[in-house]
Design a protein around this ligand. Structure first.
Ligand code: SF4
Ligand code: SF4
Length: 200
């Protein structure tokens, strides 16, 4: 279905809201657009659509706008919105679902650097059962493809500062008993989404 508004002709995907509900975003139906989340969101001024509008766009099936926007990558998952929402709509969780939907559908993220960080963050957690910051930084550096001298200098200065203060370990963490549990959680999530669990 298509309709035209002041920004042009937009396509309405009538199955999109259901797709997001099934992925775990069923609480979007509780939203009555009071705007409390948007008024308290520390990142709203940097977003192209405030959080309350993202919910409305999902309800209306405006998939292209939602999956092509900056907001879903700019959200800092601070949970200020869900804490204040009178209907306990879990917006950070919705943003996570929208990240995954964007990546699974092969849509280029509007904020590629944030998407690169997202993947770089999850990789070591999946592998070691906890974060390994040195590997995460290296992965993010490669994935973001920003090899400019300026970035290299900033990264080197930050890295050295953290190493000398003992905040960045060069050796990988020992795999503790939590590793199997974390792996189980990753695989359970993949199975729930219909993806193949790792190692199978
Ligand atoms: S605070 Fe909750 S009910 Fe109000 S607009 Fe935001 S998500 Fe909707
Ligand atoms: S979780 Fe995201 S949308 Fe909610 S207040 Fe924080 S930055 Fe804003």
């Amino acid at each position: 279905m298509q309709y035209t508004d002041k920004s042009g002709t937009v396509t309405c995907d009538t199955k999109f809201a259901d797709q997001i509900r099934r992925a775990g975003g069923e609480d979007i139906d509780r939203c009555y657009q009071c705007l409390t989340c948007t008024l308290g969101c520390p990142m709203a001024k940097y977003m192209d659509y405030p959080p309350s509008e993202i919910i409305r766009l999902v309800q209306l099936g405006l998939k292209d706008r939602v999956l092509g926007c900056s907001t879903i990558w700019i959200c800092a998952s601070c949970e200020a919105c869900v804490t204040r929402c009178p209907n306990e709509v879990n917006i950070p969780h919705l943003m996570d679902i929208l990240h995954q939907t964007t990546l699974r559908e092969g849509i280029t993220p509007r904020e590629p650097n944030v998407a690169a960080f997202h993947n770089a963050f999850l990789g070591p957690v999946k592998r070691f059962g906890r974060q390994y910051e040195a590997l995460m930084s290296a992965e993010h550096f490669v994935r973001s493809r920003d090899f400019s001298m300026k970035t290299l200098k900033v990264a080197a200065a930050l890295g050295m500062g953290m190493i000398t203060r003992g905040k960045l370990k060069l050796m990988p963490p020992k795999s503790g008993k939590g590793k199997a549990e974390v792996q189980r959680l990753f695989n359970a999530t993949l199975s729930r989404r219909g993806d193949r669990p790792e190692g199978k």
